[in-house]
Design a protein. Structure first.
Lengths: 271, 271
């Protein structure tokens, strides 16, 4: 064994063919994570928040299991109170732990409101956020005359009669690539405001209305602002073709309110 | 106005035609209640429990609204951690509060894990428990290899492969009127152990298995013991026709374990 090979074993924990930068990262592990965001400040650490972040809880648990400090890269940095059915996050490690054992260990040590659905080895080039082709967010509205005791933290309660047909028709104006500034939180710095919405579906089952939005990216609060505008349309507060006009205006003040975080869930990330 | 009429107005708060016992009770109001039982000691007050009972929370809230101390009579006295989608409870009052206003006031003042779905005036003879013809309890099992962050308090997690066909076939032995002593909590005094199961259905949707049991009455822990026995059958731990034999034995030790309260929900009371 050459000296170069030996030193790379020491640094990486696994044998490497060459001594480039990638070898230092060893493995790239992809997690699919379900969480109830109610008791967290969101995915990322927030200054001035007393609540923990989901990211730090998982990173600390990983450190206990693999004895290594790792940094999780998530597909979507969900806000405080927002849930996930399948958030995706990856991390680099030199640990040799089998993926099945890692999943069992994580689910054994994580709190009951954060669980890992899948663990997979992926290519070293995989990046949860940059490799993602699209994300699907779901906004759930409870539409009846009393709120729900059983779904209290997972739906937005709306007691008003909603015209689902009008919501569906208007929502189609959002399809395709647009400048979504009108649906972006006013207090956040500008990122590229152009996003492509591939699909928007509004379905009703019993008292629950689900708004599913698939896009190549989301501006800050975009999903919650679109849901807030659609509810106003459902209540008959906007004239016909309003959504198209609001979108074209790029003016946040013309759109509806930002709905509660509790109704929002990251349901899928597509690669 | 005669003296008798006057005195009855004073006692009842509403004019009465005659001065019999029923008039003292004024109105009989029926509530349909949804609750998340996680943070309660059950429907009834429990000695030595630090948690509140659902009954006392609603009774105190009613007292605030109608200014009268009332006693709620429930259809099913659910245990600690057991949920309800439509528990039924009635109370007698002399209050004249309109039912729509009572519902709004209750839902405004009740905690977010107890909500009132419906308020109705019913005949003075109506008794939530004794008038009930049947109750439907649902036991929900999450059947996959990791527990759920989003449904953590509302499902029982079972990672083992289950033979749903066998569970369905065996469950049919419970239909009809039987002595259900084999499925009754061992530490409780004997009530009439004969109950009639009208319907038992086992359905699977995605990772969720629902066991719905409709019966004219349930012994203590009966639904959770039946679910526990059915899971053992699904796992292949009992030979064919075991459920029939266990039922006939009247021996609690032969049946499966009592499953977690979190998986159980009172979904309907039939009158």
């Amino acid at each position: 064994m050459s000296r170069i090979q030996k030193s790379s074993i020491v640094r990486c924990g696994i044998p490497q063919r060459n001594n480039n930068k990638r070898c230092l990262r060893g493995r790239n592990i992809k997690l699919e994570i379900e969480y109830d965001g109610t008791n967290y400040c969101g995915w990322q650490v927030q200054k001035n928040s007393r609540k923990k972040s989901i990211q730090e809880v998982i990173e600390k648990t990983l450190r206990k299991i693999i004895g290594e400090k790792v940094k999780l890269i998530a597909a979507g940095r969900t806000d405080a109170g927002v849930h996930a059915l399948a958030q995706v996050a990856n991390f680099f490690t030199r640990s040799k732990i089998p993926k099945a054992r890692l999943k069992i260990a994580l689910n054994g040590l994580l709190p009951k409101d954060i669980k890992v659905a899948r663990v997979n080895d992926v290519s070293l080039n995989f990046h949860s956020r940059f490799s993602a082709k699209a994300k699907v967010y779901r906004y759930t509205i409870l539409n009846r005359d009393y709120s729900s005791a059983l779904l209290k933290d997972q739906v937005y309660y709306c007691p008003y009669t909603l015209d689902i047909g009008a919501m569906r028709r208007e929502s189609q104006a959002l399809l395709g690539k647009h400048n979504f500034l009108a649906f972006k939180a006013a207090d956040k710095k500008a990122k590229n405001p152009f996003k492509r919405i591939n699909r928007i579906s509004i379905t009703k089952k019993g008292d629950l209305i689900r708004i599913d939005i698939e896009a190549d990216g989301f501006l800050y609060n975009m999903a919650r602002n679109i849901a807030g505008t659609l509810i106003e349309i459902g209540r008959g507060r906007f004239v016909k073709a309003s959504l198209k006009r609001i979108l074209a205006s790029k003016n946040r003040r013309l759109a509806g309110p930002t709905l509660d975080a509790r109704g929002l869930c990251l349901v899928r990330v597509k690669y």
